[in-house]
Write a protein that binds this ligand. Structure first.
Ligand SMILES: NC(=O)c1ccc[n+]([C@@H]2O[C@H](COP(=O)([O-])OP(=O)(O)OC[C@H]3O[C@@H](n4cnc5c(N)ncnc54)[C@H](O)[C@@H]3O)[C@@H](O)[C@H]2O)c1
Length: 380
């Protein structure tokens, strides 16, 4: 441990993602002992002093701040990790880049394409290391899907299909805005399911199947007004509760995407399926260690969908964990992203997806929202 170079982390936001990232920083050196960098939990920042101190005490941060500008100004911080709501991403990232800090930013990169472009310009001008936490790329089964596709086993790709389904906003009594429900407030979130959920599907899709050429989308806001936590008044709901779009990929395949928070019975059902000329692949977050694979080259009497349990040492990331047959979970995707970021500091290579790569997802999200509003196709 003593020979390792410290990467002093300044975390902003100590909610859901603050916990997953911190768990990643704490676990990584134990499970990836070969890495020459070691994260140090230097400081955590959130607005409420008592809450942030309790978080620091529980998770082991050395110090706390309640103003992110003060955190960024500290010279004992190397990397700023942005785990605050979407409306904070651009301002924090641009300031952090100007201060020469590395930046690990939660998704979606920003609320809008304009904000995202400013962020990309800022990190390019400053030349700072950066990554965006599209963590599903680092589910071993999803990384294996990438390897299988890149090996050419699927042949020409015809179809890409993805869903991200939830059901937590069906009640009309649920308010919008404030600490817990900022996702329903357009000013804080930028969009509804498009930026929150479909952004994940789009990032994975671009990674697996290449760029998207154009989109045609529809969105719906089922509950038109909700009480706003910050004003105490009924206010118009401006986020998309559901979004469906279809698209052409640059490789000629057709894409079909659906996301909603109104699919009763589904909590976080992220699935994708890819159909190629020779083979197909499908994956389901609820069974994340499995990759379903159909290969038409199989002997016809045994041909069928096989369910690959992605736990063997020669499958992505799995030689870092237990023994073949034993599963890992959601939290490991964040450990993997921390490990890949630390590795990128050693090699000088980018840690995908970078801000620049996440901008492609942002372009698609923007085109989806504009297509739905104008009821027309939009080029990316
Ligand atoms: N990669 C993923 O799968 C994934 C999953 C969930 C959320 N996210 C993203 O992570 C980000 C945070 O989401 P979350 O679910 O952790 O939210 P959360 O509401 O659980 O936590 C947000 C935290 O930010 C803090 N915060 C808000 N404004 C602040 C400010 N001005 N200064 C300092 N701290 C501030 C809040 O106090 C809270 O601690 C969002 O951008 C979201 O889209 C990504």
């Amino acid at each position: 441990m003593t020979n390792k170079t410290e990467l002093r982390i300044g975390l902003i936001g100590c909610g859901f993602m603050g916990r997953t990232h911190t768990n990643g920083y704490k676990r990584v050196s134990d499970f990836f002992p070969e890495l020459t960098y070691r994260p140090v939990l230097k400081a955590v920042c959130s607005r409420n002093k008592d809450k942030v101190q309790a978080f620091a005490d529980q998770w082991g941060y050395e110090s706390v701040e309640t103003d992110w500008k003060v955190l960024i100004a500290r010279d004992d911080i190397d990397a700023i990790d942005i785990c605050a709501p979407n409306n904070m991403h651009a301002e924090i990232a641009i300031a952090a880049a100007a201060a020469g800090k590395m930046i690990l930013c939660e998704k979606p990169l920003a609320r809008t394409l304009d904000e995202a472009v400013l962020m990309v310009n800022a990190i390019e001008k400053a030349g700072v290391k950066n990554t965006v936490w599209y963590n599903y790329r680092r589910v071993p089964a999803v990384t294996l899907a990438k390897q299988i596709i890149d090996s050419g086993k699927l042949g020409k790709i015809f179809h890409y299909r993805a869903n991200f389904l939830q059901d937590w906003t069906i009640s009309a009594d649920l308010p919008q805005g404030g600490e817990a429900l900022w996702r329903l407030d357009i000013d804080a979130a930028g969009s509804g399911v498009t930026g929150d959920l479909l952004a994940h599907c789009i990032d994975t899709a671009i990674w697996l199947n290449g760029g998207i050429k154009d989109v045609s989308a529809m969105t719906e806001t089922f509950i038109k007004e909700r009480m706003h936590q910050l004003t105490g008044k009924m206010e118009k709901v401006e986020i998309d509760d559901a979004c469906l779009f279809h698209c052409h990929f640059n490789n000629g395949s057709l894409g079909l995407f659906e996301s909603t928070r109104y699919a009763r019975g589904h909590k976080a059902l992220y699935t994708f399926e890819i159909n190629g000329e020779h083979a197909s692949i499908r994956w389901d977050l609820h069974d994340l260690n499995r990759l379903e694979y159909f290969d038409h080259a199989d002997d016809s009497i045994v041909r069928g969908w096989r369910s690959i349990h992605v736990t063997d040492g020669d499958q992505p990331y799995m030689n870092k964990w237990w023994v073949p047959g034993l599963s890992i979970g959601y939290e490991h995707t964040f450990v993997h992203q921390v490990a890949d970021f630390l590795k990128s500091l050693e090699t000088g290579e980018p840690c995908s997806p970078t801000f620049q790569e996440a901008l492609e997802t942002q372009k698609v999200c923007q085109a989806v929202i504009e297509s739905a509003a104008s009821r027309s196709w939009k080029d990316i």
